[in-house]
Design a protein around this ligand. Sequence first.
Ligand code: ATP
Ligand code: MG
Length: 150
Amino acid sequence: DINALVREIIDLLDLEAQRKDSKVQLQTSSPQIMVKADKHKIAQVLINLISNAIHYANRNKAQITIHTNILKNKVLVEVKDNGMGIKPELLPRIFERFYRVETSRNRADGGSGLGLAIVKHILEAHGENISVQSVYLEGTQFSFLLEKSI
Ligand code: ATP
Ligand code: MG
């Protein structure tokens, strides 16, 4: 159940979200959505995307929403934030290993630039892609599909 998994990850990251005074919430079309996927790997995908959304919210009271919706035989998962956004010319590079946008390089709790490369790798192993839409200084949305289970 992707919704139960999202709720688990929201709980796991709750302290970090509170530290940034951010709100993380799930919005879904159905109470329960079963998917065919590796639970631990998809948990890692959600952790990487949601913790990025928390970290790169350059303002307090950031809003982070995870949407899950059934589309025929697939399930669409979106992680959306109203943080700093990413410049369009840098977007193609963010899935590269060790790549970090300039302004993120001196983040106090400095990351390694591997989170999104891992996300992409895991989704490709599921036969899916990760896509991103971002408006600089407004926010970012990552989305991916998973196979729906009956
Ligand atoms: P790590 O995840 O390994 O701790 P990281 O967060 O820097 O380090 P990635 O998760 O791969 O690495 O992200 C790569 C870069 O993409 C980040 O350094 C940041 O500049 C940018 N980025 C990722 N997610 C967001 C987001 N939600 N909003 C703005 N920028 C983002
Ligand atoms: Mg990261």
